[in-house]
Design a protein around this ligand. Structure first.
Ligand code: CTP
Length: 234
């Protein structure tokens, strides 16, 4: 049976555009939203589609790296040449990432991880009762923070920051607090940036506080700009 034409195009494009900028490097990328179960039929999630993270993984593979993509539930096909590991909740993502991170040279945390999860996950569907209800939430692991704490000297750690205000100041404080090499910050309130679009408007901010404001770009072009920066650091 003939392979799907779009898969053939992916493989051809991969081989035609491949280079060896990152040959021999192991790269871990996280992408997509997490789902925090309330009961078997309900969960808390966010608007992430995973597109930015999947473009990051695709670009890393195109540059010759060995890539593992830890992803929440999304509706995107994994890029050719990338190993996919599925993770549903913040806890699943934490466990997969901490286990895989030890022997990775570069870690890119583009996933939109839930900061809170329901304290009690009901095994059966919760029935409605008269009156209001509230759900108590526990903090999840801050995966990026823990990666920063266990970071090895030559590892490169890159965070994403989705902000709605004080973009630069918040991003700078995250770089310090989480021991990052740089951060890809975007103002999710700007048109053409953030969740659910093909484009993004990002600012790359490094440890020294240098801010590189990029114009509106396709997410694939943002991925290219981020990896150009990584190659420079290497
Ligand atoms: N992140 C993470 N683990 C979490 C929450 C977030 O690893 N439990 C990572 C994301 O993958 C992203 C970065 O932290 O790379 C920034 O996430 P963001 O939600 O913008 O910021 P927070 O660190 O959660 O800070 P705040 O809520 O103060 O904005």
């Amino acid at each position: 049976k003939m392979e799907e034409p779009e898969n053939i195009v992916d493989v051809v494009m991969y081989h035609l555009s491949k280079n060896d900028d990152l040959a021999g490097k192991k790269i871990l990328v996280t992408a997509g939203p997490t789902r925090e179960a309330i009961d078997p039929v309900r969960f808390i999630t966010n608007r992430s589609t995973g597109r930015m993270g999947y473009e990051m993984a695709k670009e890393a593979a195109r540059r010759g790296a060995e890539v593992v993509l830890v992803s929440g539930r999304v509706n995107i096909k994994p890029p050719y040449g990338v190993k996919l590991v599925s993770a549903e909740s913040a806890q699943d993502m934490y466990e997969e990432v901490m286990a895989l991170s030890k022997d990775c040279d570069i870690i890119i945390k583009s996933a939109a991880v839930a900061d809170y999860t329901p304290k009690n996950k009901s095994d059966s569907k919760i029935k409605k009762q008269p009156g209001d209800m509230s759900i108590e939430l526990d903090r999840t692991h801050d995966i990026l923070l823990e990666l920063g704490q266990t970071k090895k000297s030559k590892q490169i750690l890159i965070g994403f920051a989705a902000e709605t205000n004080d973009l630069i100041a918040n991003a700078k404080s995250k770089i310090e607090r989480k021991n990052l090499d740089f951060i890809v910050a975007n103002d999710v309130k700007k048109e053409g940036a953030g969740f659910g679009t093909d484009t993004n408007i990002v600012t790359l901010i490094d440890k020294e506080g240098n801010a590189d404001h990029l114009p509106i770009m396709k997410k694939s072009e943002v991925a290219r700009a981020v990896f150009d920066r990584i190659v420079k650091i290497l």
